[in-house]
Design a protein. Structure first.
Length: 424
């Protein structure tokens, strides 16, 4: 009888371990850069508004249509972008998505009518909608548990970095070499990223296998829609995102219109607002655990944090009366700082009270509703500016939106009890 041979597993060498770690760090850097690029590309149009309006004789309402087309397309695409990532894999789906949105960004340079710009914005949105699901899946698939939180924390700073870099570079490029070059150069960066992405991720190894997708989930989805926790989270997110999308699209025009800054001058104040915004999520990450250490319950700590950030936004309308664009930038930056702190608490509350198997779905539903409310706010801004009401109506709504969001969450969920304690 032949003797059975026992197969001894090969020991992992120190060099292999170091190479695997470098590959994971490179992954974090690439996802960070991809996220920053998405915010850089989406900001170009808003930063070039003074030049484009002068070139094409657009009305404020026509310009608003460009912003609302982007947010609506993003809302629609979010419904299936996660499926694309699961179906084709994160490497292929994310690489193809960045190539698509980079091509769409460059396509803006060839557009000459509102409808052509709208089509370019829609394609840009379709590509960028993949960024969120790809980020979450890439960290879950390639990063071990002990590195995952740090990786996500680093990546979470990328949107603010993209929003800071854009106003410091795009107006200068437009003044020096023309507005078309701004679209072409930022789009070209995306193709450099795609090359680095496929090159840098080819040796990554899965640390977690994908679970089989559950079938016949209509009953589960129905239960989710009947759950008051779903609508508390979604309502708060909808009110907060409404302000974020409005600010992201209209802030450059505000500094041009209200403070009469030129295309080259508006970049620095806009960058200041997003520099302040970058600290919001970090402040929330410090405030909530500090309240818990002082004996607050999860419910009280979350809602107290949200109220504090909501109060910080109340002075926002005063920015329109400031004698200096820098003072206005400080007030707007404070509002964006508070926005990021507020939204970080919404994400935290979602993880606290929503059962694990529903967290992604509820988060996606909140994003869809937030994009739709943002579209409405952008369109309302176009109407208000066209009819001579200025920015005051939008700033008044924005100043109270976060306290209203806290109230919605409180009315729907009087006590934020961790789902684990309820046995969900």
């Amino acid at each position: 009888m032949p003797r059975s041979v026992r197969k001894v597993p090969r020991m992992t060498t120190s060099a292999e371990t170091q190479h695997s770690a470098r590959s994971r760090y490179l992954l974090i850097a690439l996802v960070f850069a991809g996220t920053a690029l998405s915010y850089l590309d989406r900001q170009v149009l808003a930063l070039l508004k003074p030049t484009l309006v002068s070139t094409f004789s657009w009305t404020d309402q026509e310009f608003a249509h460009l912003g609302s087309a982007f947010t609506f397309a993003t809302a629609a695409a979010v419904l299936f972008s996660g499926w694309l990532v699961d179906r084709f894999g994160v490497r292929v789906a994310y690489g193809a998505a960045v190539a698509l949105w980079s091509l769409a960004g460059m396509g803006h340079a060839a557009a000459a009518t509102v409808s052509e710009f709208v089509m370019a914005r829609i394609v840009l949105a379709l590509g960028e909608s993949v960024s969120g699901p790809a980020t979450v899946k890439s960290t879950a698939q390639y990063l071990p548990v002990e590195e995952r939180s740090l990786g996500l924390g680093i990546i979470a700073a990328a949107p603010s970095i993209g929003a800071i870099v854009a106003p410091l570079t795009i107006p200068v490029i437009a003044v020096l070499v023309g507005w078309q070059a701004a679209f072409l150069m930022t789009g070209a960066l995306g193709f450099v990223w795609v090359w680095l992405w496929f090159l840098g991720t080819r040796h990554l190894k899965n640390v977690q296998k994908a679970a089989p997708v559950a079938q016949n989930n209509w009953q589960i989805f129905g239960e989710l829609l009947r759950d008051r926790r779903t609508w508390g989270i979604t309502g708060a997110k909808m009110l907060a995102d409404m302000v974020w999308w409005f600010m992201l699209f209209w802030i450059p025009d505000l500094f041009s219109r209200v403070f009469h800054l030129s295309q080259a001058e508006l970049g620095a104040p806009v960058a200041l607002t997003y520099i302040m915004a970058a600290g919001g999520a970090i402040s929330s990450g410090l405030l909530f655990p500090a309240l818990l250490r002082r004996g607050f319950t999860v419910n009280t700590a979350r809602k107290t944090s949200m109220v504090i950030f909501g109060l910080l936004i109340l002075p926002l309308p005063l920015a329109l009366a400031m004698p200096s664009p820098w003072l206005a930038a400080l007030l707007i930056g404070l509002a964006l700082f508070a926005h990021n702190g507020f939204v970080t608490n919404i994400f935290g509350a979602t993880a606290d009270i929503i059962p694990l198997n529903r967290v992604a779905t509820v988060t996606g539903l909140g994003s869809v509703c937030g994009n739709l409310s943002g579209m409405a706010m952008i369109e309302f801004a176009g109407w208000s500016l066209t009819n001579g009401y200025g920015y005051y109506p939008m700033f008044a709504i924005a100043s109270g939106a976060y306290l209203a969001g806290t109230l919605v969450l409180h009315l729907m969920v009087r006590n934020l009890v961790p789902a684990s304690e309820l046995g969900d």
